[in-house]
Design a protein. Structure first.
Lengths: 199, 245
């Protein structure tokens, strides 16, 4: 008989995305053999749950005091007139890594997925519109992914934002750096052609 | 034992699996709907470059594995239908018909005509040649192919004309005359004009319907489809949110 505590751990691990029963069992036994890792992990988990929260303005993650704004929102060196809208935190991190963007962010926490029943009210769109009433934003950069759902979300946002007198732009799409024209798919190549630039 | 096959396919939907992979639901020409495991589809952009987008027409290299989902080894794009991603109403219609097909069909039940119908519809949608009436036409055709053809005329129970006060009763197959619907105590009133318009579409007439008739026809089909699938299609809400039909 496997002790209940182990069964409970396996059951919890198996709820993680991409982790099946077998993997969960392997992870559980690994944790059992490495108590340092297990304790460190358990502390980190508790800390994340207790301390990390969403910024009430841009919905980025931060670990400041409850109800306070995040670093992106409070940094006085960032420009208020530029706002970048992203699907999720990992996209925000990717853009931040470029060090090219010095405006503010807004995290939607998802993307319109009609087939999964994810509509505008499941995303932080209402909050974006409310926020724009007061903010000195001039241009919105819609940085959703260039897939069908990302396009749908960008078009939907454009429809709401344009009438507010805002400039709305979309990340350029096309051939990746170091990419190969020969291997590019139709859609990517067509987009790259239509958003070509003069030299 | 595993068996390699090559088949034409339309991408119905995909879900991310783990960090690098994706499970894709395909509507294949020869084998109907099936799910396939696309290893590395999230990480390596080159392997399935742009091929697993909703609605894409592929030539898919699949491997059948006993007791497991298929494995997608490769996919060449036949048509990507990317032009229809330029506006919301067309994206909404794309999503709607993909969900309809996904829900109407069952795994590994071939529907060659339905495949061709969906491919042709997507082609028209991409070329801006398909308006809202074309979607109704496509739906009626898809329902018929899947074995759920709604009957609009004559009365689904007695075969007599449905008259001035027809009623719609999805559990009895469609439109009923007033005496029949009173007898079976089901259905709700519908306009004779909408019934007439739908039966003409079903008979193959291709005249665009006025917006008001389309809206009523849409309500009727929503009820009919929800009755047969046991739930309303998710993308119906999206069509309403973007204000299209
Ligand atoms: Zn913030
Ligand atoms: Zn009758």
């Amino acid at each position: 008989m496997t002790p209940d505590a182990i069964n409970r751990l396996v059951a919890q691990l198996a709820r993680l995305p991409g982790v099946g029963e077998k993997t969960a069992q392997r992870l559980a036994f690994h944790l059992l053999r490495t108590p340092d890792l297990a304790r460190g992990l358990s502390n980190a988990l508790v800390e994340v749950v207790d301390r990390v929260k969403l910024c009430p303005v841009c919905f980025s993650l931060h670990d400041g005091p409850e109800a306070s704004r995040c670093g992106f929102c409070t940094d006085g060196r960032r420009e208020d007139r530029l706002l970048c809208v992203v699907e999720g935190i990992s996209d925000e991190m990717a853009i931040e890594r470029t060090r090219e963007f010095r405006g503010r962010y807004h995290v939607l926490h998802g993307v319109l997925s009609p087939l999964e029943g994810i509509g505008p009210e499941q995303l932080r769109i209402k909050e974006l519109l409310t926020r724009l009433q007061a903010a000195a934003v001039e241009e919105i950069i819609v940085a959703t992914n260039p897939d069908v759902e990302g396009e749908a979300t960008a078009l939907y946002l454009t429809r709401l934002l344009k009438p507010m007198g805002l400039k709305v732009s979309r990340l350029a799409q096309g051939i990746p750096m170091g990419g190969d024209l020969e291997y590019a798919d139709q859609a990517t190549l067509a987009r790259a052609l239509s958003s070509r630039r003069e030299l | 034992m595993s068996l390699a096959i090559v088949d034409e396919a339309l991408v119905l939907s995909t879900i991310d699996y783990g960090e690098a992979d994706r499970i894709v639901t395909l509507f294949t020409r020869g084998r109907g709907r099936l799910s396939a495991f696309a290893a590395g589809a999230r990480k390596s952009k080159r392997r399935f470059a742009g091929a697993l987008e909703a609605g894409t027409h592929l030539r898919a290299q699949l491997v059948e594995r006993r007791g497991e989902v298929f494995r997608l080894d490769g996919a060449d794009i036949v048509q990507s239908f990317h032009r229809l991603r330029d506006d919301l109403p067309r994206i909404a219609r794309l999503m709607y018909c993909l969900e309809l097909i996904r829900e109407l069909t069952r795994d590994q039940e071939p529907h060659t005509q339905l495949f061709d119908g969906l491919r042709d519809y997507l082609q028209k949608l991409d070329a801006k040649e398909a308006g809202p009436t074309s979607l109704l036409l496509f739906e009626l055709d898809a329902l018929a192919q899947a074995g759920f053809m709604p009957s609009f005329a004559p009365c689904a129970l007695c075969g007599e004309p449905t008259g001035e006060r027809p009623r719609f009763d999805p559990s009895h197959g469609g439109v009923l005359c007033l005496p029949c619907s009173t007898r079976v105590a089901g259905g709700f009133p519908v306009s004779a004009q909408v019934v007439e318009a739908l039966s003409r579409l079903q008979a193959g007439e291709r005249t665009p319907l006025p917006a008001e008739t389309r809206a009523r026809a849409r309500e009727l089909l929503n009820v009919f489809i929800a009755h047969h699938l046991g739930r309303k299609l998710n993308s119906v809400d999206f069509m309403e949110q973007v204000g299209t039909d």
